[in-house]
Design a protein around this ligand. Structure first.
Ligand SMILES: Cc1cc2nc3c(=O)[nH]c(=O)nc-3n(C[C@H](O)[C@H](O)[C@H](O)COP(=O)(O)O)c2cc1C
Length: 139
């Protein structure tokens, strides 16, 4: 059975909800899935994970300077992505994500030549477009 692990950071619950909807989609695809807050991060949890999803709420000046919150960045820096683990990023936002995904990717140790799938949501719900991205990701 394939394994997925989802780490999120959420202040008011939207990103947590999005993470849980992502997790439910993986489970429906028969993937053994754990969905945890970044505060629960432990490196051994991601050993042997086939898929790692990292998500955060968008912090910026609404139109410019979007980046992940420092709490998320501090955890992301600790993550050492195993060689065969596929990574995707997700974020919730209100107006625009702008530089969010670029800045998220900067925070953790991965092969920067690989572009990571980006999933985003205003309301914390999984969209049909997200499902297409996820189907490609887990193929
Ligand atoms: C300090 C602060 C800055 C924010 N900056 C942005 C922004 O630059 N762009 C945007 O689209 N949303 C921005 N938002 C909105 C949040 O990213 C959005 O409401 C998010 O879904 C909250 O996630 P949470 O419920 O998981 O905490 C900001 C919110 C806060 C509190």
């Amino acid at each position: 059975m394939k394994r997925a692990i989802i780490f999120y950071q959420s202040k008011t619950g939207t990103t947590k909800n999005y993470a849980q909807e992502l997790g439910a989609y993986f489970k429906a695809k028969q993937i053994d899935t754990l969905c945890l807050s970044v505060e629960e991060y432990q490196q051994d949890l991601i050993q042997n994970a086939d898929y790692l999803l990292l998500g955060c709420w968008t912090k910026g000046l609404m139109l410019i300077f979007q980046k992940p919150d420092k709490i998320w960045g501090d955890y992301a820096k600790k993550i050492s992505v195993p060689e065969n683990t596929k990574v995707a990023l997700f974020a919730t936002f209100k107006i625009r994500t702008g530089t969010m995904f670029k800045n998220m990717a900067k925070h953790f140790n991965h092969n920067s030549n690989i572009s990571l799938p980006n999933l985003k949501s205003r309301n914390g719900k999984l969209s049909e477009k997200d499902k297409v991205i996820l189907d490609e990701f887990i193929k």
